[in-house]
Design a binder for this molecule. Sequence first.
Ligand SMILES: O=P(O)(O)O[C@@H]1C[C@H](O)[C@@H](CO)O1
Ligand SMILES: Nc1nc2[nH]cnc2c(=O)[nH]1
Length: 273
Amino acid sequence: MADKYTQAIEKASTFLESKGMEKPEVGLILGSGLGELANEAENAVVVPYEDIPEFPVSTVEGHAGQLVYGDLGGKKVVAMQGRFHYYEGYDMQEVTFPVRVMKALGVKSLVVTNAAGGVNEDFTPGDLMIITDHINMIGVNPLHGPNNNELGPRFTDMSSAYNKEYQAVIEKVASQQNIDVKKGVYMGFSGPTYETPAEVRMARTLGGDAAGMSTVPEVIVANHAGLKVAGISCITNYAAGMQENLNHDEVVEVTTRVRETFKSLVKSVIENL
Ligand SMILES: O=P(O)(O)O[C@@H]1C[C@H](O)[C@@H](CO)O1
Ligand SMILES: Nc1nc2[nH]cnc2c(=O)[nH]1
């Protein structure tokens, strides 16, 4: 049953196909300061978000705001150079709309990346973390409201929201590249505030290893749509209570510092999906 939402997905994906974004296999969402990887796509087609019908636009520093299609890691990839966040004022359907469009373009696998605060006391800024699972502390769910069965089931199984084979791929590639990759649970908050020390203590008590402000909505919708998901966090700071003065400049500075390692890891992961 075509409704306004599915018509918007159709309109955006048809527009992008007309620009040459033919049948991408892998979707890639690049978080704060992590967008440079998309510049390595060959035979690239680049479309700014503001040119894509129905797309929101990025408003956060460290998020370029364009969709990049091309050859990366031996696969046809469509990458978000900058993502949308609930805290920007977008609703959950807007935040996750790009995932629906990637699915409509033909994507089967989704690699989601982000910058996150380290909650696990064994983590250090600059670490890369394989996301093994997430805890939705945002308080809202992108699948709220009437379900369109053409897009996915009313009740989505989230028991393997982060594909276990993909987790093993990331681990294998990290070991081959001598990257001491961590593993852990990503706790998603609404943002835009960083957590209070008490919230970080709660996150740790509840089993969170990293705290973020994105990823959870996109991964829920990706699972609804039947995509296989791999998630990687760049730990950019000690979460509140473990350091003073959390700020976005430091987040982008740390992602810049680990950029080459991050790019090498993610490119090889894409190769091995
Ligand atoms: O888009 P991501 O989740 O990578 O960015 C994180 C969360 C906030 O947008 C920002 C806060 O510094 O970093
Ligand atoms: N929620 C949250 N998001 C982040 N993104 C980068 N660092 C942090 C953090 O400490 N908390």
